[in-house]
Design a protein around this ligand. Structure first.
Ligand SMILES: [Zn+2]
Ligand SMILES: [Zn+2]
Length: 434
Protein backbone atom coordinates (compact mmCIF):
# COMPACT_ATOMS: atom_id res chain seq x y z
CA UNK A 1 0.00 0.00 0.00
CA UNK A 2 1.24 3.50 -0.78
CA UNK A 3 0.71 6.51 1.49
CA UNK A 4 -2.49 7.80 -0.18
CA UNK A 5 -4.05 4.32 0.04
CA UNK A 6 -3.07 4.05 3.71
CA UNK A 7 -4.54 7.48 4.37
CA UNK A 8 -7.86 6.38 2.85
CA UNK A 9 -7.76 3.05 4.68
CA UNK A 10 -7.29 4.75 8.06
CA UNK A 11 -10.88 5.99 8.13
CA UNK A 12 -12.22 2.70 6.73
CA UNK A 13 -10.39 0.63 9.34
CA UNK A 14 -11.56 2.91 12.13
CA UNK A 15 -15.17 2.64 10.98
CA UNK A 16 -15.07 -1.16 10.62
CA UNK A 17 -13.71 -1.44 14.15
CA UNK A 18 -16.24 1.12 15.38
CA UNK A 19 -19.13 -0.92 13.98
CA UNK A 20 -17.82 -4.08 15.68
CA UNK A 21 -17.36 -2.55 19.15
CA UNK A 22 -16.37 -5.21 21.70
CA UNK A 23 -15.75 -4.54 25.39
CA UNK A 24 -12.64 -5.66 27.26
CA UNK A 25 -11.59 -9.31 26.87
CA UNK A 26 -14.29 -9.96 24.24
CA UNK A 27 -12.39 -8.37 21.31
CA UNK A 28 -12.40 -11.58 19.27
CA UNK A 29 -13.63 -10.07 15.99
CA UNK A 30 -11.37 -7.07 16.50
CA UNK A 31 -8.33 -9.29 17.15
CA UNK A 32 -8.99 -11.49 14.12
CA UNK A 33 -9.67 -8.49 11.89
CA UNK A 34 -6.47 -6.70 12.90
CA UNK A 35 -4.36 -9.84 12.64
CA UNK A 36 -5.83 -10.55 9.19
CA UNK A 37 -4.89 -7.10 7.92
CA UNK A 38 -1.38 -7.45 9.38
CA UNK A 39 -0.99 -10.83 7.66
CA UNK A 40 -2.05 -9.25 4.38
CA UNK A 41 0.73 -6.71 4.90
CA UNK A 42 3.21 -9.59 5.03
CA UNK A 43 3.62 -9.61 8.82
CA UNK A 44 3.37 -12.52 11.25
CA UNK A 45 1.19 -11.30 14.12
CA UNK A 46 0.84 -13.29 17.32
CA UNK A 47 -2.64 -13.39 18.85
CA UNK A 48 -4.55 -14.15 22.05
CA UNK A 49 -2.92 -16.95 24.05
CA UNK A 50 0.34 -16.37 22.15
CA UNK A 51 0.73 -12.92 23.74
CA UNK A 52 -1.48 -12.89 26.86
CA UNK A 53 -0.80 -14.39 30.28
CA UNK A 54 -4.29 -15.77 30.94
CA UNK A 55 -3.83 -15.84 34.72
CA UNK A 56 -2.98 -12.13 34.85
CA UNK A 57 -6.19 -10.94 33.17
CA UNK A 58 -8.22 -8.72 35.49
CA UNK A 59 -11.94 -8.03 35.50
CA UNK A 60 -12.65 -10.97 33.21
CA UNK A 61 -16.30 -11.27 32.06
CA UNK A 62 -18.02 -14.54 33.00
CA UNK A 63 -17.25 -17.55 30.77
CA UNK A 64 -20.68 -17.48 29.09
CA UNK A 65 -20.08 -13.95 27.86
CA UNK A 66 -16.65 -14.85 26.54
CA UNK A 67 -18.11 -17.86 24.72
CA UNK A 68 -20.97 -15.78 23.29
CA UNK A 69 -18.57 -13.07 22.09
CA UNK A 70 -16.34 -15.68 20.43
CA UNK A 71 -19.35 -17.23 18.71
CA UNK A 72 -20.55 -13.82 17.56
CA UNK A 73 -17.09 -13.08 16.11
CA UNK A 74 -17.24 -16.34 14.15
CA UNK A 75 -20.75 -15.51 12.92
CA UNK A 76 -19.45 -12.14 11.80
CA UNK A 77 -16.75 -13.75 9.70
CA UNK A 78 -13.69 -13.88 12.00
CA UNK A 79 -11.05 -16.25 10.61
CA UNK A 80 -11.38 -19.75 12.12
CA UNK A 81 -7.65 -20.41 12.27
CA UNK A 82 -7.00 -17.13 14.08
CA UNK A 83 -9.83 -17.84 16.53
CA UNK A 84 -8.31 -21.25 17.21
CA UNK A 85 -4.88 -19.72 17.88
CA UNK A 86 -6.41 -17.04 20.15
CA UNK A 87 -8.12 -19.53 22.44
CA UNK A 88 -10.13 -17.57 24.98
CA UNK A 89 -7.76 -14.57 24.92
CA UNK A 90 -7.76 -11.46 22.76
CA UNK A 91 -4.98 -9.06 21.73
CA UNK A 92 -2.37 -8.88 18.96
CA UNK A 93 1.38 -8.27 18.87
CA UNK A 94 3.41 -7.84 15.73
CA UNK A 95 7.11 -7.10 15.25
CA UNK A 96 8.37 -4.89 12.45
CA UNK A 97 11.97 -5.01 11.25
CA UNK A 98 14.61 -7.76 11.12
CA UNK A 99 13.85 -10.64 13.48
CA UNK A 100 17.46 -10.95 14.62
CA UNK A 101 17.86 -7.23 15.31
CA UNK A 102 17.40 -5.85 18.84
CA UNK A 103 14.01 -4.51 19.90
CA UNK A 104 14.16 -0.73 20.22
CA UNK A 105 10.59 0.42 20.77
CA UNK A 106 7.16 -0.92 21.79
CA UNK A 107 4.09 1.09 20.80
CA UNK A 108 0.78 0.39 22.52
CA UNK A 109 -2.66 0.72 20.89
CA UNK A 110 -5.79 -0.33 22.79
CA UNK A 111 -8.70 -2.25 21.31
CA UNK A 112 -11.68 -2.26 23.61
CA UNK A 113 -15.02 -0.51 23.61
CA UNK A 114 -17.22 0.47 26.54
CA UNK A 115 -20.34 -1.19 27.90
CA UNK A 116 -22.47 1.68 26.67
CA UNK A 117 -25.28 2.04 24.14
CA UNK A 118 -24.26 4.28 21.26
CA UNK A 119 -26.38 7.27 20.27
CA UNK A 120 -28.54 6.76 17.20
CA UNK A 121 -29.36 10.45 16.86
CA UNK A 122 -29.21 11.62 13.22
CA UNK A 123 -26.55 14.22 14.09
CA UNK A 124 -24.23 11.46 15.41
CA UNK A 125 -21.88 10.76 12.48
CA UNK A 126 -21.49 7.00 13.05
CA UNK A 127 -25.30 6.64 13.04
CA UNK A 128 -25.80 8.98 10.09
CA UNK A 129 -23.09 7.23 8.03
CA UNK A 130 -23.99 3.65 8.84
CA UNK A 131 -21.08 2.58 11.02
CA UNK A 132 -22.63 2.86 14.48
CA UNK A 133 -22.01 -0.14 16.73
CA UNK A 134 -23.95 -3.17 15.61
CA UNK A 135 -23.53 -4.64 19.10
CA UNK A 136 -26.20 -3.47 21.54
CA UNK A 137 -24.70 -2.07 24.71
CA UNK A 138 -21.13 -1.90 23.30
CA UNK A 139 -19.71 1.34 21.97
CA UNK A 140 -16.35 2.81 20.97
CA UNK A 141 -16.82 5.95 23.05
CA UNK A 142 -13.18 6.53 23.97
CA UNK A 143 -11.51 6.44 20.57
CA UNK A 144 -9.81 3.04 20.85
CA UNK A 145 -11.19 2.24 17.39
CA UNK A 146 -9.06 5.11 16.10
CA UNK A 147 -6.06 3.88 18.12
CA UNK A 148 -6.27 0.40 16.59
CA UNK A 149 -6.65 1.96 13.12
CA UNK A 150 -3.53 4.05 13.81
CA UNK A 151 -1.70 0.84 14.72
CA UNK A 152 -2.74 -0.73 11.42
CA UNK A 153 -1.76 2.44 9.58
CA UNK A 154 1.61 2.41 11.31
CA UNK A 155 2.24 -1.18 10.27
CA UNK A 156 1.24 -0.38 6.68
CA UNK A 157 3.33 2.79 6.50
CA UNK A 158 6.45 1.13 7.93
CA UNK A 159 6.00 -1.85 5.58
CA UNK A 160 5.72 0.49 2.60
CA UNK A 161 9.08 2.15 3.32
CA UNK A 162 12.67 0.89 3.42
CA UNK A 163 13.38 -1.93 5.91
CA UNK A 164 13.87 -0.85 9.54
CA UNK A 165 17.34 -1.41 10.94
CA UNK A 166 16.09 -2.45 14.38
CA UNK A 167 12.86 -3.96 15.63
CA UNK A 168 9.69 -2.07 16.58
CA UNK A 169 6.88 -3.95 18.31
CA UNK A 170 3.24 -2.98 17.96
CA UNK A 171 0.97 -4.02 20.84
CA UNK A 172 -2.79 -4.12 20.34
CA UNK A 173 -3.89 -4.39 23.95
CA UNK A 174 -7.26 -5.69 25.11
CA UNK A 175 -9.27 -4.43 28.08
CA UNK A 176 -7.77 -0.99 28.66
CA UNK A 177 -11.05 0.36 30.06
CA UNK A 178 -11.05 -0.46 33.75
CA UNK A 179 -7.23 -0.85 33.51
CA UNK A 180 -7.57 -4.64 33.26
CA UNK A 181 -5.38 -5.70 30.36
CA UNK A 182 -1.79 -4.46 30.49
CA UNK A 183 -0.78 -6.69 33.40
CA UNK A 184 -1.43 -9.74 31.21
CA UNK A 185 0.82 -8.37 28.46
CA UNK A 186 3.82 -7.06 30.40
CA UNK A 187 6.13 -9.74 28.99
CA UNK A 188 5.79 -8.07 25.59
CA UNK A 189 7.72 -4.96 26.74
CA UNK A 190 10.39 -6.75 28.82
CA UNK A 191 13.21 -6.08 26.36
CA UNK A 192 11.99 -2.74 25.03
CA UNK A 193 14.26 0.20 25.86
CA UNK A 194 11.55 2.63 24.71
CA UNK A 195 7.78 2.61 25.06
CA UNK A 196 5.17 4.86 23.52
CA UNK A 197 1.40 4.99 23.91
CA UNK A 198 -0.96 7.39 22.18
CA UNK A 199 -4.51 8.49 23.01
CA UNK A 200 -6.75 10.71 20.91
CA UNK A 201 -8.66 13.69 22.28
CA UNK A 202 -8.37 14.04 26.05
CA UNK A 203 -9.20 17.73 25.84
CA UNK A 204 -6.62 18.61 23.17
CA UNK A 205 -7.95 20.03 19.87
CA UNK A 206 -7.20 18.83 16.34
CA UNK A 207 -3.77 20.07 15.28
CA UNK A 208 -2.22 19.68 18.73
CA UNK A 209 0.17 16.93 19.71
CA UNK A 210 1.38 16.31 23.27
CA UNK A 211 4.41 14.04 23.28
CA UNK A 212 4.77 13.46 27.03
CA UNK A 213 1.68 13.57 29.23
CA UNK A 214 2.35 13.16 32.92
CA UNK A 215 0.35 12.63 36.06
CA UNK A 216 -1.29 9.39 34.94
CA UNK A 217 -3.21 8.51 38.09
CA UNK A 218 -2.83 5.20 39.87
CA UNK A 219 -6.20 3.50 39.93
CA UNK A 220 -7.89 0.58 41.66
CA UNK A 221 -11.21 -0.69 40.30
CA UNK A 222 -13.27 -2.69 42.79
CA UNK A 223 -16.54 -4.57 43.12
CA UNK A 224 -18.15 -4.92 46.56
CA UNK A 225 -20.86 -7.52 46.93
CA UNK A 226 -23.01 -7.03 50.03
CA UNK A 227 -24.99 -10.04 51.20
CA UNK A 228 -27.70 -9.89 53.86
CA UNK A 229 -30.97 -11.72 54.43
CA UNK A 230 -34.30 -11.32 52.65
CA UNK A 231 -37.48 -10.79 54.70
CA UNK A 232 -41.04 -9.47 54.37
CA UNK A 233 -40.74 -5.69 54.42
CA UNK A 234 -43.90 -5.24 56.56
CA UNK A 235 -44.46 -8.46 58.52
CA UNK A 236 -40.88 -9.07 59.69
CA UNK A 237 -38.39 -6.42 58.55
CA UNK A 238 -36.44 -6.98 61.77
CA UNK A 239 -35.52 -10.45 60.50
CA UNK A 240 -33.99 -9.02 57.32
CA UNK A 241 -30.47 -7.74 56.77
CA UNK A 242 -30.76 -5.05 54.15
CA UNK A 243 -27.92 -5.22 51.62
CA UNK A 244 -29.23 -2.25 49.68
CA UNK A 245 -29.03 0.06 52.70
CA UNK A 246 -25.52 -1.13 53.45
CA UNK A 247 -24.41 -0.47 49.87
CA UNK A 248 -26.11 2.94 49.78
CA UNK A 249 -24.47 3.91 53.07
CA UNK A 250 -21.12 2.78 51.70
CA UNK A 251 -21.63 4.84 48.53
CA UNK A 252 -22.14 8.03 50.53
CA UNK A 253 -19.29 7.16 52.89
CA UNK A 254 -16.90 6.57 49.99
CA UNK A 255 -17.74 9.89 48.37
CA UNK A 256 -17.31 11.56 51.77
CA UNK A 257 -13.69 10.46 52.19
CA UNK A 258 -11.30 13.43 52.32
CA UNK A 259 -9.19 14.39 49.31
CA UNK A 260 -5.41 14.79 49.71
CA UNK A 261 -3.67 18.11 50.09
CA UNK A 262 -0.49 17.03 48.33
CA UNK A 263 -1.72 15.59 45.05
CA UNK A 264 -4.69 14.68 42.94
CA UNK A 265 -7.08 11.96 44.01
CA UNK A 266 -10.53 10.76 42.99
CA UNK A 267 -13.13 8.32 44.24
CA UNK A 268 -16.18 7.34 42.30
CA UNK A 269 -19.01 4.82 42.47
CA UNK A 270 -20.43 4.31 39.00
CA UNK A 271 -22.84 1.46 39.57
CA UNK A 272 -25.12 0.29 42.39
CA UNK A 273 -27.56 -2.55 41.97
CA UNK A 274 -29.50 -4.41 44.60
CA UNK A 275 -32.76 -5.94 45.70
CA UNK A 276 -35.44 -7.18 43.39
CA UNK A 277 -38.83 -6.25 44.80
CA UNK A 278 -40.39 -3.26 46.54
CA UNK A 279 -41.72 -5.21 49.50
CA UNK A 280 -38.72 -7.47 50.17
CA UNK A 281 -35.67 -6.60 52.26
CA UNK A 282 -32.84 -6.74 49.72
CA UNK A 283 -30.65 -9.82 50.13
CA UNK A 284 -27.79 -8.68 47.87
CA UNK A 285 -26.38 -5.46 46.47
CA UNK A 286 -23.42 -4.88 44.18
CA UNK A 287 -21.42 -1.67 44.23
CA UNK A 288 -18.80 -0.91 41.56
CA UNK A 289 -16.30 1.84 42.24
CA UNK A 290 -12.80 3.13 41.68
CA UNK A 291 -10.11 5.10 43.42
CA UNK A 292 -7.44 7.16 41.69
CA UNK A 293 -4.41 8.94 43.08
CA UNK A 294 -1.25 10.72 41.99
CA UNK A 295 1.15 8.35 43.73
CA UNK A 296 1.32 4.74 44.78
CA UNK A 297 1.40 5.64 48.49
CA UNK A 298 -1.66 7.84 48.19
CA UNK A 299 -3.44 5.20 46.13
CA UNK A 300 -2.73 2.57 48.79
CA UNK A 301 -3.98 4.82 51.57
CA UNK A 302 -7.13 5.78 49.68
CA UNK A 303 -8.04 2.21 48.83
CA UNK A 304 -7.43 1.13 52.45
CA UNK A 305 -9.85 3.84 53.60
CA UNK A 306 -12.36 2.81 50.93
CA UNK A 307 -12.14 -0.77 52.15
CA UNK A 308 -12.78 0.37 55.74
CA UNK A 309 -15.89 2.28 54.62
CA UNK A 310 -17.23 -0.75 52.74
CA UNK A 311 -16.60 -3.10 55.64
CA UNK A 312 -17.90 -0.57 58.18
CA UNK A 313 -21.14 -0.05 56.27
CA UNK A 314 -21.58 -3.81 55.99
CA UNK A 315 -21.08 -4.20 59.75
CA UNK A 316 -23.69 -1.49 60.48
CA UNK A 317 -26.37 -3.55 58.74
CA UNK A 318 -25.17 -7.03 59.69
CA UNK A 319 -24.04 -7.86 56.16
CA UNK A 320 -21.20 -9.80 54.62
CA UNK A 321 -19.10 -7.82 52.17
CA UNK A 322 -16.84 -9.38 49.54
CA UNK A 323 -14.48 -6.91 47.92
CA UNK A 324 -12.78 -7.86 44.64
CA UNK A 325 -10.13 -5.83 42.85
CA UNK A 326 -11.02 -6.06 39.15
CA UNK A 327 -8.51 -3.62 37.68
CA UNK A 328 -5.34 -1.92 38.80
CA UNK A 329 -2.83 0.49 37.25
CA UNK A 330 0.11 2.38 38.76
CA UNK A 331 0.78 6.12 38.53
CA UNK A 332 3.15 7.10 35.74
CA UNK A 333 4.93 10.05 34.15
CA UNK A 334 6.48 10.39 30.73
CA UNK A 335 10.26 10.76 30.52
CA UNK A 336 11.11 14.36 29.65
CA UNK A 337 14.06 13.50 27.40
CA UNK A 338 12.05 11.12 25.22
CA UNK A 339 9.10 13.57 25.13
CA UNK A 340 11.47 16.37 24.04
CA UNK A 341 12.96 14.23 21.29
CA UNK A 342 9.52 13.20 20.02
CA UNK A 343 8.36 16.83 20.14
CA UNK A 344 11.38 18.05 18.15
CA UNK A 345 10.62 15.40 15.56
CA UNK A 346 6.95 16.44 15.41
CA UNK A 347 7.93 20.10 14.93
CA UNK A 348 10.19 19.16 12.02
CA UNK A 349 7.44 17.37 10.06
CA UNK A 350 5.69 19.11 7.16
CA UNK A 351 2.57 18.44 5.12
CA UNK A 352 2.80 17.91 1.35
CA UNK A 353 2.11 21.64 1.00
CA UNK A 354 5.08 22.44 3.23
CA UNK A 355 3.10 23.60 6.25
CA UNK A 356 3.86 22.31 9.76
CA UNK A 357 2.12 18.99 10.32
CA UNK A 358 0.87 20.15 13.74
CA UNK A 359 -0.31 23.64 14.66
CA UNK A 360 0.95 23.09 18.19
CA UNK A 361 3.36 20.59 19.72
CA UNK A 362 3.62 20.40 23.51
CA UNK A 363 6.11 18.32 25.41
CA UNK A 364 3.92 18.08 28.51
CA UNK A 365 0.31 18.07 29.68
CA UNK A 366 -1.32 16.93 32.88
CA UNK A 367 -3.28 13.75 32.29
CA UNK A 368 -5.71 13.88 35.24
CA UNK A 369 -6.93 10.38 34.43
CA UNK A 370 -5.63 6.82 34.32
CA UNK A 371 -4.50 4.55 31.52
CA UNK A 372 -3.40 0.96 31.54
CA UNK A 373 -0.36 2.08 29.55
CA UNK A 374 1.04 3.17 32.92
CA UNK A 375 1.83 -0.49 33.72
CA UNK A 376 3.93 -0.76 30.54
CA UNK A 377 5.57 2.61 31.19
CA UNK A 378 6.59 1.66 34.72
CA UNK A 379 7.89 -1.74 33.60
CA UNK A 380 10.06 -0.18 30.88
CA UNK A 381 11.26 2.61 33.19
CA UNK A 382 12.08 0.15 35.99
CA UNK A 383 14.39 -1.67 33.55
CA UNK A 384 16.20 1.60 32.76
CA UNK A 385 14.24 2.47 29.60
CA UNK A 386 12.26 5.51 28.54
CA UNK A 387 8.50 5.87 28.16
CA UNK A 388 6.17 8.52 26.80
CA UNK A 389 2.39 8.89 26.74
CA UNK A 390 1.27 11.02 23.82
CA UNK A 391 -2.03 12.78 23.27
CA UNK A 392 -3.11 13.26 19.67
CA UNK A 393 -5.48 16.23 19.78
CA UNK A 394 -8.86 15.70 18.14
CA UNK A 395 -11.96 17.90 18.20
CA UNK A 396 -14.62 15.86 19.97
CA UNK A 397 -18.37 16.10 19.42
CA UNK A 398 -18.95 14.91 22.99
CA UNK A 399 -16.69 13.89 25.85
CA UNK A 400 -15.04 10.51 26.26
CA UNK A 401 -17.37 7.79 27.55
CA UNK A 402 -20.51 9.64 26.37
CA UNK A 403 -22.97 7.82 24.05
CA UNK A 404 -22.51 10.51 21.38
CA UNK A 405 -18.69 10.60 21.62
CA UNK A 406 -17.16 11.16 18.22
CA UNK A 407 -13.71 12.26 17.13
CA UNK A 408 -12.33 14.22 14.20
CA UNK A 409 -10.97 11.70 11.69
CA UNK A 410 -8.88 14.46 10.09
CA UNK A 411 -6.69 14.41 13.20
CA UNK A 412 -5.53 10.85 12.55
CA UNK A 413 -3.30 11.14 9.47
CA UNK A 414 -0.85 13.70 10.99
CA UNK A 415 -0.68 11.52 14.10
CA UNK A 416 0.14 8.50 11.98
CA UNK A 417 2.86 10.37 10.05
CA UNK A 418 4.47 11.36 13.35
CA UNK A 419 4.24 7.82 14.77
CA UNK A 420 5.91 6.40 11.65
CA UNK A 421 8.63 9.06 11.77
CA UNK A 422 9.22 8.31 15.46
CA UNK A 423 9.55 4.58 14.81
CA UNK A 424 11.98 5.22 11.95
CA UNK A 425 14.10 7.62 13.97
CA UNK A 426 14.36 5.32 17.00
CA UNK A 427 14.87 2.17 14.92
CA UNK A 428 17.43 3.59 12.50
CA UNK A 429 19.47 5.89 14.71
CA UNK A 430 22.20 3.72 16.23
CA UNK A 431 22.64 6.29 19.01
CA UNK A 432 19.09 5.89 20.27
CA UNK A 433 17.49 5.47 22.67
CA UNK A 434 18.87 7.98 25.12
ZN1 LIG B 1 -11.80 5.46 28.16
ZN1 LIG C 1 -9.34 5.54 26.24
Amino acid sequence: MDAPAIRRALSRWRRELHAHAEEGWTEFWTTAHIAGILQNLGLSPRVGREVIDPGARMGLPDPQRLTAARRRARDEGADEELLRRMGDCTGVVTDMGPQAAPLVLAVRFDLDALPLTESHAPEHAPAANGYASRHAGQCHACGHDAHAALGLGLAALLQSGPPLRRRVRLLFQPAEEGVRGAAAMLDQVRDAPCFLAVHVGLGQPTGTLVTGASGLLASTKFDALFTGRAAHAAKAPQEGRDALKGAATALLGLHDLPRYGDGESRIHVGELRGGGARNVVAETALLRGETRAASGDMAGDLFARARAVLEGAAAMYGLACRISVVGEAPAADSDADLAARLAALARSLRTEQGRPLFAQVKEQAVMGASDDAAAFMRAVQAAGGRAAYAILGSDLKAGHHAPDFDLDEASLWPGLCWLAAACRELADDEGSPA
